[in-house]
Design a protein around this ligand. Structure first.
Ligand SMILES: Cc1cc2nc3c(=O)[nH]c(=O)nc-3n(C[C@H](O)[C@H](O)[C@H](O)COP(=O)(O)O)c2cc1C
Length: 450
């Protein structure tokens, strides 16, 4: 099966005249944002050269697939693997945020996997409640359609703003192959990650670091796209919409921030959003810390409750509301959740863990931004810890809310661990990026038991 798919890839590459140029295109991708040492570069490009030789000679086999995948991904020909049904990361890290919105690069399943029963979530009935959270994998109609086709049912449209906001300069998203173990809850990472780093698709210990800056198209653009995206969602799936407010005039006034959150939430509602998720967890608002990023709003309980209350009052009663939090310590979460519970239908978390990220040569991986968001296997323990405490706070009484858990879900076992703690839905960003077949695997393994 794999040998036949590799042969199909070879035939496709030959037919498109791509084999000869592959080592040079791979080298260009590897060196796009920074230079490896000469020895490392020579090793990588040498391997790509030998692979190209085997492709030309017709001697490639299934054993070449790992190298072939890395070479085609960084040569920006991952679509050839996807067309043969082979797994590749679903986002082109060499392409811009815009390019990716129009073109998810992963393989698409011929038949959408389904568990054959329904679950309750946020007052709706959905298929197996596994999904993709607010992130760049879910920012357009094309991406939403792609995720639905591959079995994800609980999608959160990427955080949008009340005015256009450009992405940070590339690179924006890098594998963190040295982060194979989880940080303990509450710790910040100190990560070494190079833009040419790689983790093969489907490896459960995958972690990534990202620094996108929460880009957003202008409301006219995202509202029209959101309407089309919602039209693509059948009655067994749910598309939430993540929004974020700003303090446009930079006055530092909470009322201005809350009003902008409410205005943006109303725009999402106007476009048809059945549920609005408030991004209270990205480095987004109020202070300037001098490192190019700001602390998340949810660290300030009074500000968070003021914002969520303002949004709740602004929205129609029928529109669902979810608050997305980052990992919070015991006293902070225990103080916040009882105040949020009367205002929301669900609480989502965790977000990425803000970490220092450097290249192996010591320079910042994301130039000008010393801190970036770490996610995937490296944040699994913080996510379990947060979910356990969040569910306990819900069980302690007060208005019932659903729990949308995420952080470190990269295989069925890590998804099952969050469901076992009481999560109503589980989402995956880094895992969904690194394994295009993750939803299918979760449905097959967990659809009968959760
Ligand atoms: C590339 C990338 C972009 C993200 N963008 C957003 C965003 O716009 N809004 C948001 O609330 N969370 C965002 N997140 C955080 C994810 O939704 C999720 O909370 C986090 O990555 C932890 O899950 P994971 O371990 O499955 O990646 C982003 C994560 C990644 C990896």
């Amino acid at each position: 099966m794999t040998a036949a798919a590799v042969e199909r890839v070879r035939a496709d590459l030959l037919a498109r005249g791509l084999v000869e140029g592959l080592p040079a295109e791979f080298a260009a991708g590897v060196t796009r944002f920074a230079q490896p040492t000469q020895a490392e570069l020579d090793g990588l490009v040498g391997d790509a050269g030998e692979l190209a030789g085997r492709l030309a000679a017709g001697t490639v086999g299934a054993g070449d697939l790992p190298l072939l995948t890395r070479v085609l991904f960084f040569a920006r020909h991952a679509d050839v693997l996807a067309a043969a049904g082979l797994p590749v990361p679903v986002y082109d890290v060499l392409g811009s945020f815009r390019e990716n919105l129009g073109r998810p690069v992963g393989p698409r399943l011929a038949a959408r996997p389904a568990a054959g029963r329904r679950w309750r979530l946020l007052g709706r009935s959905v298929g197996f409640p596994i999904g993709v959270p607010a992130c760049v994998l879910n920012g357009s109609e094309a991406e939403v359609r792609y995720n639905l086709a591959n079995g994800w049912t609980v999608l959160t449209y990427k955080t949008v703003r009340g005015r256009a906001h450009p992405p940070n300069e590339q690179p924006n998203w890098v594998f963190a192959p040295r982060e194979t173990a989880s940080l303990p809850p509450g710790a910040a990472g100190d990560v070494v990650a190079d833009p040419w780093d790689w983790v093969p698709p489907g490896v459960p210990s995958v972690s990534t670091v990202n620094s996108f800056g929460v880009p957003s198209p202008a409301p006219e653009e995202w509202m029209a796209d959101l309407e089309r995206s919602l039209a693509a969602v059948g009655d067994d799936a749910l598309l939430l919409v993540s929004v974020m407010g700003e303090d446009p005039a930079g006055t530092g006034e909470l009322a201005a921030l809350a009003e902008d959150f409410a205005r943006t939430a109303r725009l999402a509602e106007e476009a048809g959003a059945p549920v609005v998720e408030l991004n209270l967890s990205c480095p987004n608002t109020l202070d300037r810390s001098g490192t190019g990023v700001k602390p998340p709003l949810c660290l300030d309980a009074d500000a968070t409750v003021a914002v969520v209350g303002a949004v709740r009052r602004a929205l129609d009663d029928r529109t669902g509301l979810v608050a997305k939090l980052s990992w919070l310590d015991e006293p902070s979460l225990a103080a916040l959740v009882p105040r949020l519970a009367p205002l929301v239908d669900g609480v989502a978390g965790i977000n990425t863990v803000q970490s220092r990220v450097r290249r192996s040569d010591g320079a910042a991986t994301f130039p000008g931004r010393e801190l970036a968001g770490l996610s995937g296997a490296a944040v699994r323990e913080p996510a379990l810890d947060f979910t356990r405490r969040l569910v306990a706070l819900r069980e302690a009484g007060g208005p019932r809310f659903d729990v949308l858990a995420m952080g470190g879900v990269t295989d069925p076992a890590s998804a099952a661990a969050l469901f076992a703690l009481g999560a109503d839905a589980v989402q995956s960003a880094s895992g969904a990026f690194a394994d295009p077949f993750l939803a299918q695997k979760c449905i097959a393994e967990l659809g009968g038991t959760v």
